[in-house]
Unconditional design. Structure first.
Length: 191
């Protein structure tokens, strides 16, 4: 187990925001299911004194049912439409924003992410599978969880790399260590 996650700047934001400046998310978290987006996001927002927004939680609240039921009842296309519009709306709010694992599949969403500080929380398929287990709330992972994660990571890694301004591995480190590393990186960026 490494003591500190590796934090790697992957591209420069075209218009970096400073905390408290403007009306847009200061930090956007992306990554595979089980990478820690919601858990890290809540703790990071608390440490930075910012609001936290979770796209999936907002959708569930508005639609009145869990993501898994939206997938089952209405289909993935309907969910992705909710996800795209909700992401666009929440990107305009200040704070820390956790995107759903597939939110950035939308070219429109990837374009909206330009100019934001986007942190890719990297996780291996083995660690993600251990974290999500047989969680029925994750509809794309039902069945062969590890095999599905391997496939999703292979398909999505180039897109995570495209949108990320910073990459942090969440393998073999605890949440507090990841959060502290991100807080330090934010302080370095904003003096």
């Amino acid at each position: 187990m490494s003591a500190e996650p590796e934090t790697v700047p992957t591209r420069r934001s075209s218009t970096p925001a400073k905390p408290g400046e403007g009306q847009s998310a200061q930090v956007v978290l992306v990554g595979a299911p089980g990478s820690g987006k919601s858990t890290v996001g809540r703790r990071l927002a608390s440490r930075l004194g910012l609001p936290f927004h979770d796209v999936d939680a907002v959708i569930e609240s508005r639609v009145g049912k869990p993501v898994a039921e939206i997938f089952a009842d209405d289909g993935e296309a309907v969910f992705r439409a909710f996800e795209e519009s909700t992401t666009a709306e929440l990107l305009a709010l200040p704070g820390v924003l956790s995107l759903g694992g597939g939110a950035f599949l939308s070219p429109a969403t990837r374009e909206l992410l330009r100019g934001h500080q986007v942190v890719w929380l990297q996780v291996s398929a083995a660690n993600a599978a251990r974290r999500v287990g047989l969680n029925e709330a994750r509809p794309l992972l039902l069945g062969n969880v590890r095999g599905t994660l391997i496939r999703l990571l292979a398909e999505r890694t180039p897109l995570y790399a495209e949108v990320a301004t910073t990459t942090v591995s969440t393998d073999d480190v605890n949440v507090d260590t990841v959060v502290e590393r991100l807080v330090s990186a934010a302080r370095e960026r904003h003096g």
